[in-house]
Design a protein around this ligand. Structure first.
Ligand SMILES: *[C@@H]1O[C@H](CO)[C@@H](O)[C@H](O)[C@H]1NC(C)=O
Ligand SMILES: *[C@@H]1O[C@H](CO)[C@@H](O)[C@H](O)[C@H]1NC(C)=O
Length: 473
């Protein structure tokens, strides 16, 4: 088994190395970046939450001779570590029946990119021929990109943050026309970098339009503004999903939550907090919303002290919402550790694939709304006797196998462990775990129970027997 696994891993690494090097070859072999240009680029940066979402619309033209199937996106090296997700879509269909098709996006190495810019490749379904244009919609999400300044605030102060970016869109291509819009959560903008063509009205800040910018143009900007949204960050989340072929899916989630905003300074006054809620602790948060699947039951919420009763569950046929309230409101730098558990009906999540294997179809990510997870681990505990698990995820995820022993298990259960860093709500999409299952194992648990009863019975009979024989003599 261990040997098989090792061979599997070696094969996997080999495949990975090969795919990386083939990607690399593709980049160098395909049409050079100079053969594409951006006719028009529009970037909208949403700064209203602590999770930053950037929507980029690019109108691209192939000015070269050869067909172009790849479009490159560039990011400053400092942004790459905080980049949780990059998605690209291409509109398809006519005006009214317009739909968007997802495109494949992969990071790559481009050794000659200036200033250490990091490159992602978007692969088009239909290569652009000479002179042809296409419009791409790109979404990327950044975490930990708002720096509280001041770094410490008292209970009565509002939270101010810095956001750093460039007024010009970083790109390996020549950009004919471009504009950048930033949206702040409130009108309270302390300061912002003024460069050529900067405009501000209320919560909207505009840089541009700029025309005819060379590849890799950059113009740093800083915006200093108020943001009192809950900076809810789960430093570590472990979700255990246990499949029981007796009809249920048992979920247990361990959270290590922190308020990642400006650190709280001075003493906390609960009286002031409760009597002046609109002025006191505006950047703190006291409840969290977990979105759970419909038909959830046996929900509990506890911390190291014990059960916490302040949670409310609302359910309808489409979803369930669990509102939880930690024991104290969370201020900047404060932490809370807790566990949420619940049970779901198995038939909503376990299916049979056409090839006869069983599979779990469950949602990746974190159920808490508007939350960043620094490190997520999902452990899918398969029923005893399951074999050959294979995992299908919509994005790359680290995977390994473990064995879990619980009481009444004969050979232990296979656990598929998935790990990923820097998780945002956009990662909440379905993943599958396929496995083979021998129904004979359904009998293992009752058998173990029967054996246990039998042994007890034999033991007690023996005891009585000994007892009786002792008395006789
Ligand atoms: C906590 O809640 C769970 C589930 O509702 C229950 O089974 C358990 O007995 C409770 N524990 C305490 C200490 O109240
Ligand atoms: C998994 O479930 C989602 C809905 O939650 C559904 O759209 C998707 O098709 C399912 N995938 C598979 C492979 O069954």
């Amino acid at each position: 088994m261990a040997a098989e696994l090792r061979i599997g891993i070696t094969a996997l690494m080999l495949a990975l190395v090969l795919s990386i090097s083939s990607q690399f070859l593709l980049v160098t072999a395909s049409s050079s970046p100079q053969d594409l240009q951006i006719l028009n680029a529009e970037r909208r940066i949403d700064l209203t939450s602590h999770i930053i979402r950037v929507f980029l619309t690019l109108k691209i033209e192939n000015t070269g001779e050869a067909p172009a199937a790849e479009v490159l996106l560039a990011f400053p090296p400092t942004e790459v570590d905080r980049l949780a997700l990059v998605k690209a879509l291409v509109p398809a269909g006519k005006q009214k029946k317009k739909t968007y098709l997802p495109l494949d996006v992969k990071p790559t190495e481009l050794p000659n990119a200036p200033n250490g810019a990091k490159i992602f490749i978007i692969t088009l379904h239909n290569p652009l021929s000479k002179g042809e244009t296409a419009t791409l919609e790109v979404l990327y999400v950044l975490t930990h990109s708002l720096e509280p300044f001041p770094a410490e605030i008292s209970q009565s102060e509002s939270q101010l943050v810095y956001y750093r970016d460039s007024a010009l869109i970083l790109s390996p291509y020549y950009i004919k026309q471009q504009t950048t819009f930033l949206k702040t959560p409130s009108n309270k903008v302390e300061s912002f970098t003024r460069v050529e063509s900067t405009n501000r009205a209320g919560t909207d800040l505009k840089y541009g339009p700029y025309s005819d910018r060379a590849p890799y143009s950059f113009s740093p900007i800083i915006v200093h503004f108020e943001n009192n949204n809950p900076f809810a960050v789960v430093e570590e989340l472990v979700r255990e999903v246990e499949i029981s072929h007796w009809g249920s899916l048992q979920i247990t989630e361990h959270y290590k939550l922190v308020h990642a905003g400006a650190r709280h300074k001075g003493v906390f006054s609960r009286v002031e907090y409760q009597s002046r809620p609109s002025f006191s602790g505006v950047s703190s948060f006291k409840n969290l919303l977990a979105r759970l699947p419909p038909r959830v039951h046996s929900v509990y919420y506890r911390d190291e002290i014990g059960n916490i009763s302040s949670s409310h569950l609302r359910t309808d046929y489409q979803k369930s919402e669990l509102e939880i309230e930690p024991r104290y409101p969370l201020f900047g730098g404060w932490k809370a550790t807790f566990v949420i558990g619940y049970v779901l009906p198995l038939q909503d999540f376990l299916f049979e694939s056409p090839d006869g294997r069983r599979y779990l179809n469950f949602t990746f990510g974190c159920p808490l709304a508007d939350t960043v997870v620094d490190k997520l681990t999902i452990k899918v505990v398969l029923p005893e006797g399951s074999k050959d698990p294979s995992v299908v995820t919509p994005f790359p995820v680290e995977q390994r196998l473990e064995t879990k022993y619980s009481y009444l298990d004969v050979v232990g259960r296979t656990v598929a462990v998935l790990e990923k860093k820097n998780i945002v709500p956009e990662h909440n999409s379905p993943f599958q775990v396929y496995y083979n299952f021998n129904p004979m194992f359904m009998l293992a648990e009752p058998l173990m129970l029967a054996i246990a009863f039998f042994l007890c019975f034999v033991a007690s009979v023996a005891y009585i027997h000994v007892d009786l024989s002792l008395r006789k003599s």
